[in-house]
Design a protein around this ligand. Structure first.
Ligand code: SF4
Length: 416
């Protein structure tokens, strides 16, 4: 499919049958028309990120919400206050965040509305571990039943045999598993207070999944392993690569750390020397992954990788199109254009998704996202220096910029 390649943003996507292909084609066409037009939308988003849990069973040291190194959990209110240099929220805010619970009925309504609006790709994650949500499997089944693509971001510790069998049975599409390590020692260093056997248990979960997929002649769910490079694990890339091969991962994503302006996380940022070491290692690993037929993101990683994520340069050159493509809904029902935009566009429990997506508020956001480089800090709609979606924007820009130029050229000719 012509449009298929640029919208495999934030990951890869395997084929999902004829119905999904048609769904994708129409949704992408509408999104693309909106992006080219620049001031309108012609349909809903094509991807939705849904938050399933705020709690977690681990304390990964790079985690924005549960790391023991944190000053305080980096909820959106905190990130917004930092971005615009305002006072951090008070205790009431943090207490509320801790108390929010999952609303199953509300989530079913959201899913129905999103599917109706044209979403074909669901990304399930959270400020915690999605499989701690006791309805997670039901939600996944509902999404798969609607013929949509579904991906979950997990730490892999709760992938019991029962859950794995269910995932295979429903033809679940993709697991993004953050391990931060390729062996037990590194795992213990990157996960605070974790029992010795946790790494082995993640490994065994993955081995069982690989074995069952082989036995049942299926390639789903696809397994992507994530490695966020920090000062504690920068020397472990090769072990991670070997681990990925042993557990038969389909692909790996290596990512720079984002310390979110949290002083506690600053010590995880790499020194210049460590950064140089990682660059050299990453180049060598390309051959390893090639020989083992494991897909990877090393070329893209190297383009953007410094000691930490800084995507300001990208947005000096290109606009952001993400508000036409994707939406994020937190566990409280608040709707955001993306992970690093901190002001809610509305709440799904107060208005329909359609009304929020078509609102004036959202329209203004889209308009501003096309000229991020012009906004000053207090007026900025998002934290575009820490944008996790730069790859999608770069790909899309490369594809549509020539088309936009032709359109604006014709427009000028017609009106001159
Ligand atoms: S952080 Fe900003 S630049 Fe990145 S996707 Fe979100 S709105 Fe766009």
């Amino acid at each position: 499919m012509v449009l298929g390649s640029f919208l495999r943003f934030d990951g890869q996507e395997s084929n999902g049958g004829k119905t999904l292909i048609l769904r994708k084609f129409l949704s992408q066409l509408r999104a693309l028309a909106g992006v080219i037009h620049g001031r309108r939308i012609f349909g809903g988003p094509i991807q939705a990120n849904l938050t399933l849990a705020n709690r977690c069973n681990l304390k990964c040291i790079h985690c924005y919400y549960h790391s023991p190194l944190l000053e305080r959990p980096n909820y959106r209110g905190v990130r917004l206050a930092r971005q615009i240099n305002e006072q951090l929220p008070d205790d009431g805010y943090f207490n509320h965040q801790k108390k929010i619970t999952f609303n199953r009925k509300g989530m079913e309504k959201i899913l129905d509305e999103l599917i109706k609006s044209g979403v074909y790709r669901f990304f399930l994650s959270g400020n915690g571990e999605p499989f701690l949500n006791k309805y997670s499997i039901d939600i996944m089944k509902k999404i798969k039943k609607a013929n949509c693509y579904c991906l979950v971001k997990t730490n892999g510790t709760l992938l019991s045999k029962k859950i794995t069998d269910e995932l295979i049975h429903m033809k679940f599409d993709e697991l993004h598993i953050t391990t931060m390590a390729g062996n037990r020692d590194m795992y213990i260093r990157t996960h605070s207070c974790v029992p010795q056997e946790t790494f082995d248990s993640v490994k065994n979960n993955l081995l069982y999944l690989a074995e069952q997929k082989k036995k049942l002649h299926t390639n789903k769910p696809q397994v992507s392993l994530i490695y966020v490079v920090i000062s504690e694990n920068y020397s472990g890339l090769y072990d991670f690569a070997e681990f990925a091969y042993k557990v038969q991962a389909d692909r790996v994503f290596i990512q720079p750390v984002d310390e979110m302006g949290d002083t506690g996380l600053k010590r995880l940022v790499l020194t210049e020397k460590q950064t140089e070491y990682v660059r050299e290692e990453a180049v060598k690993l390309k051959n390893y992954f090639k020989s083992k037929k494991i897909k990877h993101n090393i070329d893209k990683f190297l383009k953007i990788f410094s000691a930490q994520l800084d995507t300001r340069e990208v947005y000096r050159l290109i606009p952001c199109y993400y508000a036409w493509l994707s939406v994020l809904i937190d566990i409280d029902g608040n709707v955001y254009p993306c992970y690093s935009s901190y002001r809610s566009m509305g709440n799904i429990y107060e208005n329909s998704f359609n009304d929020i997506w078509n609102s004036e508020h959202y329209r203004l956001f889209r308009e501003k996202s096309l000229k991020l480089n012009c906004s000053d800090k207090s007026d900025s709609i998002c934290d575009y220096g820490n944008c996790p979606h730069y790859t999608a924007n770069m790909k899309l820009h490369k594809m549509i910029d020539p088309v936009k130029k032709v359109f604006s050229h014709n427009y000028i000719l017609r009106n001159s």
